[in-house]
Design a binder for this molecule. Structure first.
Ligand code: GDP
Ligand code: MG
Length: 166
């Protein structure tokens, strides 16, 4: 099995951290500053039974200037080229305008989308259910998977689920 997986989400939700954890190299740029990932950065994970190519997209966000516009276009074309999409959110934050913008783009693409709730190491488990309900209302996600990209919690499960959809 092999396939391409796009990772999208607001700036700072942990897309690069996830890539680094999974691929094990500093391939994606790590920064607290939003939008440091300017271009498509790909990481290949090769396992016994599967090969996954991850694409850390530039942050999709509401464009305010030309560069933002360009990055949104790159991100949108990426969504059309992949097999599955990981929509990553920060467990500490609720649904916001940036998420709405992304979901409007996801609705134009007929691909399985996984809602990945990152930074679960930062929240109480009781906070997750209301958050999940909030996002479920907005989009028909294939599956919803909480992880901590930093500590590695549940990351193997996420990879297993994605593999099942390739
Ligand atoms: P990106 O903009 O989506 O690529 O986000 P980054 O991967 O650059 O992460 C932004 C910040 O969140 C960094 O300071 C990371 O160390 C932190 N971060 C990422 N994942 C986690 C996580 O699972 N738990 C915690 N506590 N922090 C995280
Ligand atoms: Mg990044």
């Amino acid at each position: 099995k092999s396939g391409f997986v796009a990772i999208i989400g607001r700036p700072n939700v942990g897309k690069s951290t996830f890539m680094n954890h999974v691929i094990g190299e500093k391939i994606a740029i790590m920064s607290d500053k939003p939008q440091t990932t300017r271009n498509k950065i790909q990481g290949v994970l090769t396992e016994k039974d599967a090969q996954m190519v991850f694409i850390d997209t530039p942050g999709i966000h509401k464009p305010k200037h030309k560069l933002g516009d360009y990055m949104v276009n790159v991100a949108e074309s990426t969504l059309n080229e992949v097999d599955t999409i990981m929509f990553m959110i920060n467990a500490e934050e609720g649904f916001g305008r940036g998420d709405q913008f992304i979901i409007e783009r996801l609705q134009r693409v007929d691909k399985p989308v996984f809602l990945v709730i990152n930074k679960i190491d930062r929240v109480h488990p009781d906070q997750l259910l209301p958050l999940i309900d909030q996002y479920r209302e907005k989009f028909d996600f294939e599956e919803i998977i909480p992880i901590s990209a930093l500590e590695g919690n549940n990351v193997n499960h996420l990879l297993h689920v994605i593999k099942g959809h390739l």
